[in-house]
Design a protein around this ligand. Structure first.
Ligand code: ATP
Ligand code: MG
Length: 567
């Protein structure tokens, strides 16, 4: 898969993407009596990721735009992998992005009786048969796109025998894998999906909703279109891999439908993101094997992972509208997603002072025991957000990286005999350092210029560097979790071998002794966003407590994407 150039939303003159335009055309043509009904059909076998968000933003979004409705339907046709845990999480995540299904919550398992009746009817009409071959045998007979398949030896068994066997399959008389119900269509069809597709297989573990009632479960192709039909769905929007399924979708629906109404399937391109994987199976593996710290690990592309990382609904929606909906598969750059987040947080995040890798700075000419209160803007991009106060004292924490004993030419931060400005406070001059026995710097000494206090005329003096700082006596210690790409390669799904070998071993760095200003320490609330001056955007983690504040780094300040765009 080529990395496709990112483009602005791919919309027409009326601001509609191609799916919305199709819907608009159908409505204008009076199809389905001018009714619009969509659905989002997650299988409750994992947590939603940002790709699913692309899908349900379309389903709910189109319904909203054209005055229709959107159902939430759990596609719970496989009791082997599904769970209530996922159902609740999926609902929460959809709500988080601002959508609601009202009273239109459905389960494919609600249709098991109707689907079973339809299967019986098809058997009676000679359109379905019980095949006793192994799955390997069935696969072998399937043929290839250029070579016709072979008929199963069971294809022409008498209707009565099919009926009897199918009913006994459902009573649990046969082992899993010993037989399946297949539609009798055409083993020579150009479309492989028409080569006598499997309608039902035997699964003996209980279903989390229907319990022991069923021992046969419908396959996706037999359940999906019918479920759409039962619900009166008019537009069944899904991803491109279902294009070859569409004729079969329509074929099965026609077994039920009259002339007046048939749901219409429309397909768009999946969201794929660089440096991550989107397959639920692989994400589950990462969680189960402890390669990440759960579904909500801030490195995961799941909606709860992104949320914990500090992503906002606005940023996710903005990103999805930028990549747009097309009929071409693409790999989307994670930098664009980060760009969307940075744009949002730049407008909204409160600016605070945090020193993540502290070293002590002592102002030798500043009176011991004195505290001055400095005033800091909460958001220079939006002054209406006001200011907050920060104590200034003789001993301060600054970043270790902001000092160099033997600096190169263009180092504008602190070094011996050089001056810098302490943000919102004074200009200081370095006078020397203290070291331990190994030669590590344990403290930096400086003097401050009392005339240079922020706001006084003496502050206008030109000094190249400005450092952030936190007062030692009032600082609160915090943990900062700094994240990098989950995978070390751009497109892990395209690589040979085990995807787990491609994980970035340095995707999580933890700093335990960051120093945060007291004003921040007083208002810690999980999920709140801040810009740490000069460091980046951070979010209060759910592990955070007043005694042990914890932050996740959401994203750095530097916008590599905006830079790319200017090139
Ligand atoms: P699987 O079917 O392999 O378990 P899935 O990711 O397709 O995984 P579903 O629960 O079936 O999971 O997905 C629900 C809906 O979300 C489907 O309509 C599917 O097309 C859509 N979807 C899934 N992944 C993406 C993606 N990466 N981009 C856009 N839509 C997606
Ligand atoms: Mg699927």
């Amino acid at each position: 898969m080529e990395i496709k150039e990112q483009e602005e939303t791919l919309v027409n003159e009326s601001g509609l993407n191609f799916v919305e335009q199709e819907i608009k055309n159908d409505l204008a043509a009076g199809k389905n009596g001018g009714r619009l009904s969509t659905r989002f059909p997650p299988e409750p076998n994992g947590y939603l990721h940002i790709g699913h968000a692309k899908a349900f933003l379309m389903d709910f979004g189109a319904a909203e735009k054209f005055g229709g409705t959107c159902n939430l339907r759990f596609d719970d046709t496989n009791p082997q992998k599904e769970d209530m845990e996922y159902v609740n999480a999926i609902k929460e995540d959809i709500h988080w992005l601002g959508y609601d299904w009202g009273d239109r919550l459905y389960y494919a398992s609600d249709y098991f009786p109707q689907l079973y009746d339809l299967a019986i009817r098809m058997i009676k009409e000679g359109k379905a048969y019980v095949d006793e071959q192994s799955s390997e045998e069935i696969a072998r007979q399937k043929g290839t796109p250029t070579k016709a398949g072979e008929n199963s030896p069971y294809r022409d068994r008498p209707i009565e025998e099919n009926l009897d066997l199918f009913e006994r399959m459902n009573k649990g008389e046969f082992e899993e894998g010993s037989m399946v119900l297949r539609a009798k269509i055409d083993m020579a069809s150009d479309n492989m999906h028409f080569r006598d597709p499997i309608m039902y297989r035997i699964i003996k573990i209980p279903h989390w909703r229907t319990g022991e009632t069923w021992k046969v479960y419908p396959m996706y192709d037999f359940a999906h279109g019918q479920s759409d039909y039962f619900e009166g769905v008019t537009h069944s929007i899904c991803t491109l891999e279902f294009v070859p399924h569409r004729p079969l979708y329509e074929w099965f629906v026609k077994e039920l439908a009259d002339e007046t109404y048939c749901p219409r399937q429309i397909e768009f391109n999946r969201l794929n993101l660089t440096y991550t994987v989107m397959s639920k199976r692989k994400l589950l593996q990462l969680v189960r094997e402890g390669l990440v710290n759960g579904w909500d690990d801030p490195r995961m592309p799941t909606l709860r992972g992104l949320r914990r990382r500090g992503y906002t609904p606005t940023s996710i929606k903005d990103f999805i509208s930028r990549i747009g909906y097309t009929r071409f598969e693409a790999l989307n750059h994670i930098e664009l997603l980060e760009h969307s987040l940075r744009e949002d947080l730049n407008k909204t995040a409160t600016r605070v002072s945090v020193v993540q890798n502290p070293v002590k700075l002592i102002l030798d000419n500043y009176p011991e025991g004195q505290t001055e209160i400095m005033t800091m803007d909460n958001n220079p991009e939006n002054l209406s957000e006001g200011t907050h106060e920060m104590p200034f004292t003789r001993e301060l924490w600054i970043e270790r990286e902001d000092f160099m004993e033997n600096p190169p030419k263009k180092f504008f931060r602190l070094s011996p005999e050089k001056e810098v400005r302490l943000k919102g406070a004074y200009i200081i001059k370095c006078t020397g350092v203290e070291k331990d026995a190994e030669g590590n710097i344990t403290a930096i000494h400086a003097t401050y210029d009392p005339e240079s206090r922020s706001g006084l005329p003496g502050a206008d003096r030109k000094v190249k560097g400005t450092l952030h700082w936190v007062s030692v006596p009032t600082a609160v210690e915090a943990e900062i979790r700094d994240y990098d790409r989950l995978f070390a390669v751009e497109n892990p799904s395209a690589e040979e071998g085990d995807f787990r070998d491609l994980l970035n071993p340095d995707s999580l760095k933890i700093r335990k002794n960051a120093k945060i200003e007291p004003w921040l320490a007083e208002r810690l609330k999980a999920g709140d966003h801040y810009q740490f001056q000069r460091l980046g955007y951070y979010v209060v983690d759910t592990d955070s407590t007043p005694e042990h504040p914890v932050f996740n780094k959401s994203i750095g300040l530097k916008d590599t994407w905006a830079k790319e765009m200017k090139k």
